[in-house]
Design a binder for this molecule. Structure first.
Ligand code: CMP
Length: 756
């Protein structure tokens, strides 16, 4: 039907709808309806497009329906009512139209269509049933049914109109609201601008500000003044895992976007253990990392359990506890071997070696951990450990110390060792006397061995040639006096500014003066003979001892009998059968007992700088007057620190300072466990060869050095004085050109350096 209509309907829509309907209605009024027409078959529909019911037609129809309704029953409805045209035909422009089809074709609601469809059928049915009825009756019936339809239509139209009104009201309401908001925003902006202008006017701008604002308002300047830093990502350091990271880390790996992974990666950067891995591994870890927050005093890992994951510490700290049997009582003892904190990692041993957990890990302060599962770790992280292992093995194999070691023993040692990199000026070992666990090997870079020489403590008289010579020269006494330190015998204090200056010089040039070299130059040939004789004696003594165990015992004695091994101070004794003894409890009970270890660990981990240490000493008033820090040796690649102290304990306090060094730390315990008799003999010889000058030698050499400096300065001062005097004599204004005493001393020293 629609097709037909569209084919036949003219395209022009210029006629107004009102006109159309008026024409239509007038034509229907002229065309009187009759029954024959009503029952005749419907001609093909051809409703012109320009004929449409205007919106206002609803009103007109309304009126018609009202009239129809108000008409008394049985009376003939008004000829011009819509009832006349319903189900009838009308003509227009010489064509006949079916009014019903026409109405249907209009865009009335479906319901109206349905109603209209029903009505003519019913009407036609009634008419076919009651053919004998009079035309007046037919018309009345028509009118009745039409009035019913009209009522329904009216209701629908009313509802439609209501809806329309409501919609338009809504629309206009929303529009009004938007406008109101817009006006308010505009008002606020204006007020703000006025306030800003007012405040700017009140605060006077600096010249720099003005020139800056002037510059940046030009277009060229805007280009020149483009600050890249404004758009650079600032490195953020989080002390705790932020909320957004928690959200990401809780997501399953597959749901994490690349952006989120990069965010986690950025957050993790700066953690020492994390930075060790290559970027590729880091990203792979971030993809599947989990987050764990554990509160004090829980235990994270237990020794002997199966390893499931590897952990990075993001914040907080943990105790690493190991258990062992007490030497004497044979009881299980727990010891805190280390305290790990932010930037450290743990749990790699079990995963790499495929063994059970080697230590228990308990919370010290509430920790935030980043957990990498075993599967991921095995896949990506083992690579770096393998590389590190290869590096360690290669280094150890090339060391003379391990020349006669079995491959298996070297491997074991490497497995228990650690590689650390230290920046320049960092203290690796603050006090060699307190260093109980490790032997240090320099892999790369340089380290200096520094000795804090105490002047107010008279060194013990040893039988060495140096102390004999010092005795002969009565050096100690003179030394104390010359440095301005109280003489223990006379109780008098003397101080010489020149000597203090010399000391200062030495402190400053601590890295340049290698006293060990100086000491060696001072040792004459026969002294060397004495030294080598000593070594030979020691070797012979060792050879006399039978069995590797004994040798081991004798060498390892100092280590095995350290307080922590005897379980006296730091150990917390726990009975074997007490299953509930748990590290948790042991930690609690060891809290006070382990305090020393804790302190040393924390101190060591803080890794203070040498300059900080010297500053501390200076502010405490100890530097120069009581203590001098001297560089007594320089460690290069392959050199070892603290081995001599293990083999031949002297109790000396040495400081190891890094100069961008890479250090391999080997556990003393593992070293002695795997060392054979031969290897220990070699170690001993090497340790003796690399022995640092003893305190006597240091005092002696230092004194010699100071005296020499003193001589140089005084001689040159005298010379400069003479020069000054002659110059002054020549000069008319002698006072202007006179050197001050300080300048004289300085220039004297400079000249002395050139000459000597
Ligand atoms: N002496 C130690 N110093 C530092 N960490 C250790 C020490 N011993 C064991 N650990 C760590 O504690 C972890 C316990 O579980 P794993 O054996 O898997 O891996 C261990 C190491 O990461």
């Amino acid at each position: 039907m629609i097709q037909n209509r569209s084919q036949t309907a003219p395209r022009s829509r210029n006629h107004s709808r009102t006109q159309d309907i008026n024409t239509r209605l007038s034509s229907t009024r002229v065309h009187q309806p009759n029954i024959a027409n009503k029952l005749s078959p419907t001609p093909p529909l051809a409703v012109p497009r320009n004929i449409s019911i205007p919106k206002t037609s609803g009103k007109r129809n309304d009126r018609l329906y009202k009239r129809a309704k108000s008409a008394p029953p049985g009376s003939r409805p008004h000829s011009s009512s819509i009832l006349d045209i319903r189900g009838k035909y009308f003509e227009q422009n010489g064509k006949t139209f079916d009014m019903m089809s026409y109405l249907k074709s209009r865009s009335f609601p479906r319901r109206i269509h349905r109603l209209i469809n029903e009505t003519p059928n019913n009407a036609s049915e009634n008419k076919t049933e009651d053919n004998s009825s009079s035309p007046a009756d037919d018309d009345a019936e028509d009118a009745l049914s039409a009035s019913q339809i009209g009522l329904k239509n009216k209701q629908l139209l009313e509802r439609r109109r209501g809806l329309h009104r409501q919609r338009s009201m809504n629309r206009s309401g929303a529009r009004a609201k938007i406008m109101r908001t817009f006006h308010r925003v505009l008002l606020i902006c204006r007020v703000e601008l006025i306030m800003a202008k007012h405040s700017i006017d009140l605060v006077p701008a600096t010249k720099k500000q003005i020139s800056w604002s002037e510059k940046r308002h030009t277009r060229e300047a805007a280009e020149v003044l483009f600050s890249k830093s404004l758009y650079q990502k600032q490195p953020m350091i989080y002390s705790h895992v932020p909320k957004w990271a928690e959200v990401i880390l809780r997501k399953p790996p597959t749901e994490r976007t690349d952006r989120e992974i990069m965010q986690i990666h950025a957050m993790m950067q700066g953690l020492l253990a994390y930075d060790k891995f290559t970027r590729r591994i880091q990203i792979a870890m971030c993809r599947s990392m989990r987050f764990l927050r554990i509160k004090y005093p829980r235990v994270i890992l237990r020794k002997g359990h199966v390893g499931q994951a590897f952990y990075f510490i993001f914040s907080g700290s943990v105790f690493i506890n190991i258990e062992g049997l007490h030497v004497e009582t044979n009881e299980v003892v727990y010891k805190t071997v280390s305290i790990l904190q932010r930037g450290d990692a743990f749990g790699e041993v079990a995963l790499l070696r495929n063994i059970r957990r080697t230590a228990s890990v308990a919370v010290k302060e509430d920790v935030e951990l980043m957990v990498v599962d075993k599967y991921v770790f095995g896949k990506v992280c083992s690579e770096i450990y393998e590389r590190e292992m290869r590096e360690k093995l290669e280094f150890c194999r090339n060391l003379p110390l391990f020349k006669h070691w079995r491959e298996e023993a070297i491997k074991r040692i490497c497995q228990d060792s650690q590689i650390h990199e230290y920046k320049a000026n960092k203290i690796i070992v603050r006090n060699s006397k307190d260093e109980e666990d490790w032997i240090y090997f320099c892999m790369e870079g340089r380290c200096s061995v520094t000795k804090a020489l105490e002047f107010n403590v008279r060194p013990k008289h040893s039988s060495s040639f140096v102390s004999r010579r010092l005795e002969e020269e009565n050096c100690y006494r003179g030394w104390y006096l010359s440095l301005g330190v109280t003489d223990s015998e006379t109780g008098r204090t003397r101080s010489y500014s020149t000597e203090v200056e010399i000391m200062n010089e030495l402190q400053i040039s601590i890295e340049q003066i290698d006293l060990r070299k100086i000491a060696k130059t001072h040792i004459v040939d026969d002294d060397y003979e004495v030294m080598s004789r000593n070594i030979k004696e020691k070797e012979a003594k060792l050879k006399k001892m039978g069995g590797a165990e004994e040798v081991l015992f004798s060498f390892g004695k100092s280590y095995n009998h350290l307080p922590h091994c005897t379980g006296e101070a730091q150990y917390c004794l726990i009975k074997k059968d007490d299953k509930r003894c748990s590290l948790f409890e042991s930690n609690r009970s060891t809290r006070s007992a382990d305090i020393d270890i804790e302190k040393t660990c924390v101190k060591r981990r803080k890794s203070i700088e040498l300059t900080t240490l010297l500053n501390e000493e200076f502010t405490a008033g100890r530097l120069n007057t009581r203590t001098a820090y001297l560089n007594i040796a320089t460690m290069k690649k392959g050199d070892v620190f603290n081995l001599g102290e293990v083999l031949q304990p002297t109790g000396r306090q040495l400081i190891l300072v890094s100069h961008n060094a890479k250090i391999l730390q080997i556990k003393k315990q593992t070293f002695f466990k795997h060392a054979t008799r031969e290897s220990l003999l070699i170690a001993n010889v090497l340790a003796l060869e690399n022995n640092y000058p003893d305190d006597d030698t240091l005092y002696y050499t230092f004194r010699q050095q100071c005296l020499w400096e003193e001589v140089k300065t005084s001689v040159l001062q005298q010379t400069m004085d003479k020069i000054n005097v002659t110059q002054n004599e020549r000069d008319e204004e002698p006072s202007k050109k006179m050197f001050t005493a300080k300048q004289r001393a300085k220039s004297a020293r400079q000249v002395s350096r050139k000459f000597f």
